[in-house]
Design a protein around this ligand. Structure first.
Ligand code: SF4
Length: 374
């Protein structure tokens, strides 16, 4: 069933309802909340002008016709063929559901309205979601059909937000879907949950549509990202992207119910033996983004995807396919043997210590009591 389009007047009424009956201007005048605490929140997409909306729609279609949306810069017409991400003009969605595996301030009590997009513009050898990101499995949706699902998550799931997971390669479709859902009554904040391998052009398209940016910052060294992510420019792109995201939405802010509504939340998954790269990432966030940056230092890495699989020798290079030197009998057994283990507690705590020493102080920690982490 198609959900009807809202007029501008009804959209404004929905906006006022979201503010508890006040007009946006009146709410701003009364806003005396301390930093990071919002009295009320209205999603950014409710505020964009009809001119900006028209420009975004036209840019979204232009990007699809000549896709240089991510740092891969394939330059393909996605109505006719696919680039490195293997996704055309329709998005492919693997799972859409309220999700309870996110940070407490994101999932809340009702869950985060998660949309897991199939495929990715990176090829992480250790991908913790490889059954979705490495395989084109799921159902095809046009932007208007994707908008239907945003509305179902809101109306049926009563979720706190719409959480777009691995969306870097489908930004134009997502932008069109947000605008369409907005016209039909969407009022939940939008989360852009990314690997941070984004381009400034795609972030510009998202400016005014996304409320929370949730980037991973995975590794720091080009040699590491080339070997493990198949992208030697990953850290350069991630640094530029995270700075642009912060410039758009600022530091993470909450309404009094403890739910995050706007801002930047950076995740870092500590990797075995790569804690020095994690420390560089923390220093960058403190020095070049904000010491008030909200950070989740994650310890749940486990060998997955290609890690630990039987090792292959490539005939062309007479070397191994995982970039590690041959010659050590133990190393020859499995691929990516250097990260074929869980992280140690001391590796995680050393990254955390470096973050604190750099000046960061807002971390996603468990609550210091037995209650909910809100
Ligand atoms: S989004 Fe896909 S097609 Fe476009 S540049 Fe990136 S990998 Fe290539």
């Amino acid at each position: 069933m198609k959900i009807p389009v809202l007029s501008a007047i009804r959209r404004r009424a929905a906006c006022v309802r979201a503010l508890g009956g006040r007009t946006p201007a009146f709410a701003r005048q009364l806003h005396l909340a301390p930093p990071f605490l919002l009295d009320h929140y209205v999603p950014r997409y409710m505020m964009i002008s009809s001119i900006d909306e028209a420009k975004k729609r036209s840019r979204a279609y232009a990007h699809l016709r000549n896709c240089n949306l991510c740092p891969r810069k394939c330059g393909v017409n996605r109505y006719e063929k696919t680039g490195m991400c293997l996704i055309g003009s329709d998005v492919v969605v693997n799972v859409i559901a309220p999700h309870f595996g996110e940070e407490p301030c994101i999932q809340g009590h009702n869950g985060s309205g998660s949309v897991f997009f199939s495929m990715c513009n990176l090829r992480c050898s250790f991908c913790q979601n490889h059954d979705i990101s490495h395989q084109k499995k799921g159902f095809n949706l046009r932007p208007d059909e994707l908008a239907d699902w945003f509305l179902k998550l809101q109306e049926v799931g009563n979720v706190h937000n719409i959480n777009l997971i691995t969306p870097e390669h489908v930004v134009p479709q997502v932008a069109l879907a947000i605008l369409d859902a907005r016209d039909r009554g969407l009022t939940r904040p939008i989360i852009y949950n990314t690997s941070a391998y984004d381009s400034l052009a795609s972030l510009e398209l998202l400016d005014g549509l996304v409320d929370i940016y949730l980037p991973d910052f995975k590794v720091w060294e080009p040699a590491t990202s080339k070997r493990l992510l198949k992208a030697d420019d990953y850290a350069t792109a991630a640094r530029e992207s995270i700075k642009a995201m912060h410039a758009q939405v600022g530091d993470l802010s909450f309404t009094p119910d403890g739910i995050a509504k706007k801002g930047l939340l950076v995740r870092h998954l500590v990797m075995p033996g790569l804690e020095d790269e994690g420390k560089r990432i923390m220093k960058f966030l403190a020095d070049e983004v904000s010491t008030d940056c909200f950070v989740n230092i994650m310890e749940q890495y486990h060998p997955d995807a290609h890690v630990g699989k039987p090792r292959r020798k490539t005939s062309a290079s007479n070397g191994a396919s995982d970039g590690l030197p041959l010659g050590n009998k133990n190393l020859e057994d499995v691929r990516y043997s250097d990260i074929n283990r869980a992280v140690k507690a001391e590796e995680v705590s050393s990254v955390r210590k470096a973050a604190e020493e750099a000046g960061l102080w807002r971390f996603c920690d468990p609550p210091g009591h037995d209650g909910f982490n809100l």
